[in-house]
Write a protein that binds this ligand. Structure first.
Ligand code: SF4
Length: 179
């Protein structure tokens, strides 16, 4: 049996959902029999590869770089799973939408700076912030949504097992928004 080519991506999230993947503990050994991790913060691949079967995405879209990346990933992934409330709704990452990017940059790089106060916000080399943080499905087609903040590791395990076995599950048995 060919192993599933699995990628995981960390966008604008706190990494808590990636920590939940690791929290599967010994179940990771079971899942590892069926998947090859081809791109992830857990491995050292620099470029997103072609022909990925499943990409699990944590976090919302906050910059022009995020948009480029998620579009490339959509082109090269058969399935995308939005992991956690940030990827699905924007959640914590989208709180800045209440104020706008300019106000957040002003606060971070000018008002709260103890020294080297500068109104020259980072605009070169670093990705440009979007005016509004977006959930994944506003930019690309998302195949599966697995909510939670963070998504409980048991829910991730059950979802991966169901995908590996080609079965359906009721995810509300395992997680919900804000859980
Ligand atoms: S959903 Fe919660 S745990 Fe996951 S990345 Fe967002 S803030 Fe972190």
């Amino acid at each position: 049996m060919n192993k599933i080519r699995l990628a995981t991506l960390w966008l604008d999230g706190c990494s808590g959902c990636h920590m939940s993947i690791l929290d599967m503990d010994e179940k990771l050994v079971e899942i590892a029999q069926y998947v090859d991790v081809v791109y992830s913060p857990y491995v050292d691949t620099k470029e997103f590869p072609e022909n990925v079967d499943l990409t699990i995405v944590e976090g919302a879209l906050s910059s022009d770089h995020d948009i480029e990346l998620i579009q490339k990933i959509r082109q090269n992934s058969k399935l995308i799973l939005a992991l956690g409330d940030c990827a699905i709704t924007g959640n914590i990452s989208a709180m800045k939408n209440l104020f706008g990017s300019e106000a957040v940059l002003e606060r971070g790089y000018f008002e709260l700076a103890d020294e080297n106060k500068s109104e020259a916000y980072p605009s070169q080399i670093v990705p440009k912030l979007l005016d509004k943080v977006l959930p994944l499905h506003e930019v690309v087609k998302v195949d599966y949504f697995l909510p939670g903040c963070p998504t409980p590791s048991q829910a991730i395990y059950e979802m991966l097992k169901a995908l590996i076995e080609g079965k359906e599950i009721n995810i509300s048995d395992y997680t919900r928004f804000g859980k």
